[in-house]
Design a protein around this ligand. Structure first.
Ligand SMILES: [Zn+2]
Ligand SMILES: [Zn+2]
Length: 316
């Protein structure tokens, strides 16, 4: 094991996490899945599990299971020499189903609700723990979205400090201590880009989407952190998430995608408004994008929203 480190480029201000152990991540061998029910002894002990009654920890009978990531980019237990800026933090893997399912949008609404609850409980846990300042939950669905193991799973990474890009967005979205998203959600011009709306949530294509059919799900009533989501909202959120992914699959030809939970850091961002981003990987970033940081999207958000809306979904 080597010590993961932050390295900063003093001329550009760029901070990069260097973590050689990540390169040791296993490539999936056919027929051998470390995330399937029945192979629990092959993983580190669970830190959370949604289990059937009368089943034992670290054995079969779970519905969702969370384990520490053995190939973590960050670690809590680092003792480093003074000169090193160690990459302290936690990394966990959320095993989203016991059977070998490889497509998240083929899970049931109930199962997706269990996954969302696991995300919420892990953020709550680390907030209580007090050693971290920020937790990022994300999911890579498919090889184009960066998944290295195919069994449905998502990831939780927590850091003591908030990354600068996240801080920049928060300061822009909360000018004068007011939530910009609460106003934004009430704007009339949003109507064209709304995919679905219920009493609790709005599904919308954003003002400046980075990818064709980029879609966000936001709570209608202000809430800074996802960990504050009430039980009764989780089912509604799961329903919207699954329906949107099914619409995306139908209207845009089964793309791989990332799910990114943008949630407030644990301190000082009460005016921030959490959201779940769906980023379909329909284009690849190349020289222009790396050179300028400017993404070229081939689809207007109004068009994407219309195509998603028209992709009728029997489940909503
Ligand atoms: Zn599996
Ligand atoms: Zn708000």
């Amino acid at each position: 094991m080597s010590i993961p480190e932050w390295r900063e480029d003093i001329l550009t201000g760029r901070r990069v996490l260097i973590s050689p152990d990540r390169a040791e991540r296993p490539i999936q061998e056919p027929g051998l899945c470390p995330f399937c029910e029945g192979t629990e002894e092959a993983t580190p002990p669970e830190v959370y599990a949604d289990r059937k009654p009368n089943t034992q920890p670290n054995g079969p009978g779970w519905r969702v299971r969370v384990i520490p990531n053995r190939y973590a980019a960050v670690r809590l237990d680092i003792v480093a020499p003074n000169l090193v800026d160690p990459a302290i933090g936690i990394a966990e893997v959320v095993l989203e189903c016991p059977e070998h399912q490889t497509l998240f949008h083929h899970l049931s609404v109930d199962q997706i609700e269990r996954v969302l609850r696991a995300w919420r409980e892990r953020i709550r846990f680390w907030r209580e723990d007090g050693r971290l300042g920020f937790v990022q939950v994300f999911k890579n669905q498919g090889v184009d979205a960066g998944a290295s193991l195919e069994h449905c799973h998502s990831q939780v990474i927590g850091l003591p400090d908030v990354p600068s890009q996240v801080l920049r967005e928060i300061s822009k979205a909360t000018v004068g201590g007011k939530c910009g998203f609460c106003d934004w959600l009430k704007q009339g011009r949003l109507e064209e880009r709304i995919v679905a709306r219920s009493e609790r949530f709005t599904v919308v294509c954003p003002d400046a989407p980075r990818f064709p059919a980029e879609t966000w799900i936001l709570p209608n009533v202000h809430e800074s952190g996802f960990e504050f989501t009430a039980d009764e909202s989780l089912h509604d959120l799961a329903t919207h998430l699954l329906a949107t992914l099914q619409r995306l699959t139908r209207a845009f030809g089964h793309p791989d995608y990332n799910l990114i939970l943008k949630s407030a850091p644990f301190q000082g961002a009460e005016a921030y408004h959490w959201r779940l981003e769906i980023l379909p990987r329909l284009v690849t970033t190349a020289g222009w994008e790396w050179g300028t940081g400017v993404l070229i999207n081939t689809c207007f958000p109004e068009t994407a929203a219309q195509r998603l809306r028209e992709s009728t979904n029997p489940k909503i």
